[in-house]
Design a protein. Structure first.
Lengths: 362, 257
């Protein structure tokens, strides 16, 4: 008994060490094989994991179909863009006078602010939609997402708050305790490029978010969410305050997106309303649904697959068409959307729980 | 307003459009009793349950529970105050495991908040273990231990009804309101259910029961209230009620009297 327990434990820690080692080496392997471009793809995949896990709280756990989720991502991204770029001082003299050094808030302070802001907006979206379910809720949330984007697009007049469709540039890059993520870190024996550092940072955050999700899932709150999803009346009869629990799901899901938005705008150095279209909401929802709705490992898998797949397609579809026909016949973007649609239909037909659904792991 | 009554409701009325579903219905449930609510289909029994548990707002009525006045507006508040129910058309959380269904029932008697859930404080961990133990004990109580990890929707019909009772018991009710718990059960299952109900009563709970199965109702109820077309037509001891002319008329028709 003890021997087996020990062997089991050993096994687990060996797996854990191997996994950690593989993740640590991943950017180096990918970087050596495909260059910085592919490391960037990895970095974005990690951001999408955070986004998809947040949406999974709303859609997967609580069963509230949210098609405007990207709005919270936009709120986070614009919060940091405004608080850590020359944009506001340039357009408002009072701010320029008050801050002679310019606006340079720390991304982590803004991340905290974005969590609260996004959670607040999540509840603002949740309150009027408490009685709605399914399709009706989807339509209202879709409208909410579009409203936020259109605001970002048009708030350059009469006061230039967001710089409209041109977006905000020259956003301060990521940094952590003086460690810059734009230049390589010299450890003496090895130099770690900035993009690799971003990978490690995003990886740490994605792991933290995963742990938070796992904790939530195995708590009375996570159970209450699933109960509401399964049968709202029975959930009420169990003494669950369904109104508060739904608002909480909206708020927590939104706050994940708020953090991801801050990271996105710091990493990218540039934000514009174009990054927050309905299509983006749908991509994140597709990650959740395709991967395994309500099942955390599945959602992570879905996020990775759908974040990496378009890039692979971009690298493959054009050269193949050129080799076959001499020129590009079908645009890669069109092929991508076609395959997305087809994949979703196939999943719904043959595996409605997603690629990696609950119960598969055991 | 005697103190030996756990539930004392009078003059409950509820109208759906042109249908008077409940017309000045009164019902008293003494502490520690099993009270049956019977009547032909469509008499208003389930509507009465839905009204006293706050699912439908009442048009009028005086509600006393455990000596205190309450107005059933919120289902979750009613459950918290100690009145738990099951449903006629079983409403389990189908995708969750049998054990998790009972654990959901512990929701209103536990208190871990968001931060506790996210950071898993030692107190949260303790509470979580307590919930798990209590739920396992309740599954053993209703005889479903061996199915703990099965998905609830895969249980047999009779077992699903038992699970609903276990889940309702997890809310630590003073009054357990069961809406046709024997429906669809075979003779053996009915016998087991009868034993379970008697055991629950022996353990200090009070039961309000809607049931069609006459032998079950007559066998275990201390009091019966009979509804027909939204009105109370008879109330009293089972032996008296079964010979009541109004009751015979309601069940068998005018000519039977």
């Amino acid at each position: 008994m003890l021997k087996r327990l020990l062997a089991n434990h050993l096994n687990r820690s060996t797996y854990f060490c191997l996994g950690a080692l593989a993740l640590a080496l991943l950017p180096w392997v990918v970087g050596a094989g495909g260059g910085n471009y592919w490391v960037r793809v990895l970095d974005f995949a990690l951001l999408y994991i955070i986004l998809a896990l947040g949406l999974n709280v709303v859609v997967g756990f609580a069963g509230l179909l949210d098609l405007g989720y990207i709005a919270f991502y936009a709120l986070g991204a614009y919060s940091y863009a405004l608080l850590a770029s020359p944009h506001l001082p340039q357009h408002f003299e009072t701010i320029a006078a008050a801050l002679p050094q310019g606006m340079h808030f720390s991304p982590w302070a803004v991340a905290l602010f974005a969590i609260l802001l996004a959670a607040l907006f999540g509840m603002i979206l949740g309150l009027p939609t408490l009685q709605l379910r399914g399709d009706y809720l989807a339509i209202v949330t879709l409208g909410f997402g579009e409203i936020i984007r259109i605001f970002m697009n048009n708030l350059d007049r009469p006061l230039n708050l967001t710089n409209g469709p041109k977006g905000i540039t020259a956003i301060d890059p990521l940094q952590l305790f003086g460690l810059s993520f734009t230049k390589p870190l010299d450890l003496g024996f090895v130099q770690i490029p900035g993009l690799y550092l971003v990978f490690y940072l995003f990886l740490a955050l994605a792991i933290a978010v995963t742990i938070v999700c796992l904790h939530l899932q195995n708590s009375r709150i996570g159970r209450a969410w699933v109960a509401i999803r399964e049968d709202e009346i029975a959930a009420k009869a169990m003494g669950i305050n369904t109104r508060n629990m739904k608002l909480l799901a909206f708020a927590i899901g939104a706050s994940f997106a708020g953090v991801a938005g801050v990271l996105f705008s710091a990493f990218q150095g540039f934000v514009s309303p174009e990054s927050f279209t309905l299509w983006e909401s749908i991509v994140v929802l597709a990650m959740v649904v395709l991967g395994g709705i309500g099942h955390i490992p599945g959602v992570i898998l879905g996020a990775i697959v759908l974040a990496v797949f378009p890039e692979v397609l971009r690298g493959v579809a054009e050269p193949i068409q050129k080799a076959l026909f001499g020129h590009v016949i079908v645009d890669v973007e069109v092929i991508r959307q076609l395959i997305y649609g087809l994949a979703l239909i196939l999943i719904m037909l043959y595996r409605p729980g997603g690629i990696w659904q609950k119960g598969d792991s055991k | 307003m005697s103190t030996h009554l756990l539930l004392d409701v009078t003059d409950v009325s509820k109208r759906f459009g042109g249908v008077q579903a409940l017309d000045s219905v009164g019902l008293q449930v003494p502490h520690g009793a099993i009270v049956g609510l019977i009547g032909p289909n469509g008499a208003g029994k389930t509507t009465f349950f839905n009204v006293i548990t706050g699912l439908y707002p009442a048009d009028s009525g005086i509600f006393l529970f455990d000596g205190k006045g309450y107005f059933p507006e919120s289902v979750s508040q009613v459950t918290k105050s100690g009145l738990a129910r099951t449903f006629q058309n079983i409403r389990l959380f189908g995708e969750m495991s049998v054990l998790e269904n009972v654990m959901v029932g512990c929701h209103c008697r536990s208190k871990a908040g968001v931060l506790g859930a996210i950071f898993r404080f030692p107190s949260t961990g303790r509470e979580e273990r307590a919930i798990r133990e209590k739920s396992r004990a309740l599954l053993a109580y209703v005889g479903l231990s061996e199915y703990a990890d099965m998905q609830a929707r895969n249980l047999s019909y009779g077992h699903q009804r038992r699970l609903e009772i276990a889940r309702a018991l997890a809310t630590e009710p003073k009054l357990l309101a069961l809406d046709e718990p024997a429906a669809g059960m075979n003779a053996t299952e009915k016998l087991e259910l009868r034993e379970l109900l008697l055991r629950i009563r022996a353990d200090g709970k009070t039961i309000l029961l809607i049931e069609h199965d006459v032998s079950l109702v007559m066998g275990i109820c201390d009091h019966l209230t009979v509804l027909d077309y939204g009105k109370v037509i008879a109330a009293g001891k089972p032996a008296d009620v079964r010979v009541h002319p109004e009751v015979i008329k309601a069940y068998l028709g005018q000519g039977a009297v």
